[in-house]
Design a protein around this ligand. Structure first.
Ligand code: ATP
Length: 132
């Protein structure tokens, strides 16, 4: 079966390097499913997860947005933060979710709503990535 090389890279270093038969994720423009041989393209990613399939084996990674670069034989994702599903600290994500929800419920000028919404989406994405 044809494969492509997948790399997920963050400022802290590489999070994933593997050969894959399919990658699915969510770009800002919508869901993407990419097979080897795909035309080259670049797409900004949502706060979402990436499912990387190698035959029947699926690896799940939470990404906090980033840039997806597709070439026919490789995919590179550059993300500010990314975690393997089995490396996600559920308690930390639950606390981050509660913190963000509390901030959003406190109405006042001192609250940066956009920042709290992003923190909430990142925490929910990490929790969903563990549970999917
Ligand atoms: P927190 O509020 O818990 O620090 P955050 O969303 O602000 O979360 P980030 O700034 O996105 O955290 O990430 C900082 C670093 O911590 C990154 O290396 C990221 O991979 C890691 N990280 C954040 N949350 C978790 C988690 N729940 N489990 C494992 N690693 C995490």
């Amino acid at each position: 079966m044809k494969t492509m090389h997948v790399s997920i890279v963050t400022p802290n270093g590489p999070v994933l390097e593997m050969d894959a038969t399919m990658l699915s994720t969510k770009a800002i423009s919508g869901e993407l499913g990419i097979l080897p041989g795909h035309i080259s393209m670049v797409a900004p990613l949502d706060i979402t997860n990436v499912r990387v399939k190698q035959n029947e084996n699926v690896v799940k990674v939470a990404v906090s947005g980033g840039l997806l670069e597709v070439r026919p034989d490789s995919i590179t994702i550059l993300a500010q933060a990314a975690e393997h599903a089995d490396k996600i600290d559920l308690e930390r994500a639950m606390k981050a979710k509660e913190r963000a929800e509390k901030r959003l419920s406190e109405k006042g000028d001192a609250i940066d709503v956009h920042r709290a919404e992003i923190a909430l989406r990142k925490a929910i994405n990490r929790i969903n990535t563990i549970n999917m």
